[in-house]
Unconditional design. Structure first.
Length: 193
């Protein structure tokens, strides 16, 4: 289970993880497998998707994932092609009861990696914050770092951009490679670059 740039969330008494990256001295391998860690038995297990789930997300790393209700949501990230990587802008849902993947037909505004995603199970919402994107131009690469907060649901095909109501002078700066958690109707963002 050794890997980096993996994402997941908590489902009942299990921590569920998808994808990631293995780097060795001779190659880089992006992954598309799902595992869970049982908090009671303290055992990692591979999650086999139903019927081999021919429809499933491609291997990826630097993505974001969260659990809402009985679903693992996976959004964006990067994939490898030959010796280079490219950004993904897809959204997938894994029903953790039936173990079936479904691609959500969402209009993703901007592809990104190194962002965060948190789940709000009560309303089946998921929230994405920040992230990173590079664009190649004739003059070289341009890097974008985001500070946007967007909400999606499994029942809608759109992302909704939100501006947090903040009565103080404190505003959150652009960032990527950060962590976020949802607790008591509040999203907490920590660290990053």
């Amino acid at each position: 289970m050794t890997r980096g740039e993996v994402a997941g969330g908590k489902w009942g008494t299990k921590l569920v993880f998808f994808g990631g990256l293995i780097v060795s001295p001779i190659n880089i391998v992006a992954l598309s497998d799902t595992h869970y860690f049982d908090l009671n038995s303290h055992v990692f297990q591979s999650l086999s998707t139903a019927n081999g789930s021919p429809n499933k997300p491609r291997e990826r790393f630097s993505h974001a994932a969260a659990v809402t209700g009985d679903n693992l949501i996976v959004y964006g990230g990067r994939a490898m092609s030959s010796n280079s990587w490219y950004l993904l802008n897809d959204v997938w849902q894994l029903n953790l009861n039936t173990q079936v993947w479904t691609e959500l037909d969402m209009q993703v505004p901007i592809s990104r990696s190194y962002h965060s995603l948190v789940g709000e199970s009560r309303f089946n919402h998921f929230w994405s914050f920040g992230g990173y994107k590079t664009v190649s131009t004739a003059r070289g690469d341009i890097a974008y770092v985001f500070s946007d907060l967007m909400r999606g649901t499994q029942d809608d095909d759109k992302w909704y951009k939100f501006t947090p109501q903040n009565n103080t002078q404190n505003t959150i700066e652009v960032r990527f490679q950060h962590s976020a958690v949802y607790y008591d109707s509040t999203i907490f963002v920590y660290g990053g670059r």
